[in-house]
Design a binder for this molecule. Structure first.
Ligand SMILES: [Zn+2]
Ligand SMILES: [Zn+2]
Length: 272
């Protein structure tokens, strides 16, 4: 199945500490690949905003992407975005930042628990790490993030599973989180925030999107309508990766449109 409205609303330029390609090169690549829209959402880890100089990243990324948005006008819709990590650990700065910078889209994410390293860096073979307890805390913070609501779309809801289940093959009983996940989804719906379908997992050992089909179906059942989709590309070659598979998955779950954001306002475009 081929889709014509391919959009990718979660990508990283070399302004992200783990990004690799320049904004202009990424735009050229996205255009060559036939994407309709791309959002650049460089990492701003709000719990280390000044310490790790994300204040500088924010400005650099914002102006570069704004410039690219003008340069590609009429060829590719470029959205200026940011992926705010751990915004709920530092609401004050997060709110100040998002009210000062005129973003098209703000993604809300949690990559680490307070004062703990990113799940990405953890060794889950280390038996002193109680990953079930960390997951309990993670979902509580996801709920707090949804309740705060200072973003447009909630990124990779099941982020730690990429590593715990995908890389380390540890068993996780997700049924015990169904109640809190329902609460998170209902909070997003009430606050008119989108749920992100992050396709990075499709090219990683875990092999599924975040969230997966079960959670997407539940979101639909609870009345969820706003979905964004993103590859979480950190390389030009990953732009648009998994978006078509994601669209097929969304259609199976009963969704027929996808949200794009300009000036923090959603527009629904048909999945076709
Ligand atoms: Zn992320
Ligand atoms: Zn990301």
């Amino acid at each position: 199945m081929a889709f014509k409205n391919i959009v990718d609303l979660h990508t990283h330029t070399d302004n992200s500490f783990d990004g690799n390609h320049s904004t202009m090169y990424l735009c050229e690549t996205a255009f060559m690949k036939g994407l309709r829209a791309v959002a650049f959402t460089d990492h701003l880890e709000m719990d280390a905003f000044y310490k790790d100089r994300f204040d500088r990243t924010a400005i650099q990324s914002f102006f570069e992407v704004s410039k690219a948005r003008s340069a590609f006008k009429g060829r590719l819709l470029v959205c200026v975005g940011a992926e705010l990590g751990q915004a709920v650990y530092n609401k004050e700065i997060s709110e100040k930042l998002t009210s000062t910078m005129k973003y098209d889209i703000v993604i809300g994410a949690i990559h680490n628990l307070p004062e703990v390293q990113d799940f990405y860096y953890m060794d889950f073979n280390d038996e002193s790490i109680d990953y079930n307890k960390l997951l309990d805390q993670y979902f509580e913070w996801e709920l707090k993030l949804a309740q705060w609501g200072g973003f447009d779309t909630l990124a990779h809801l099941t982020y730690p599973l990429r590593y715990i289940v995908g890389n380390y093959k540890k068993p996780v009983d997700m049924s015990k989180y169904s109640e809190i996940i329902d609460e998170i989804l209902l909070t997003l719906i009430k606050n008119e925030k989108a749920l992100e379908l992050n396709t990075a997992g499709l090219r990683q050992p875990i092999g599924v999107t975040s969230p997966d089909e079960g959670i997407l179906r539940r979101y639909k059942e609870l009345g969820g309508k706003l979905i964004t989709i993103g590859s979480d590309a950190h390389f030009a070659e990953h732009l648009g990766a998994g978006i078509e598979q994601g669209y097929e998955l969304l259609q199976r779950c009963g969704f027929d449109s996808i949200a794009i954001y300009q000036n923090r306002t959603p527009t629904l475009i048909p999945i076709e």
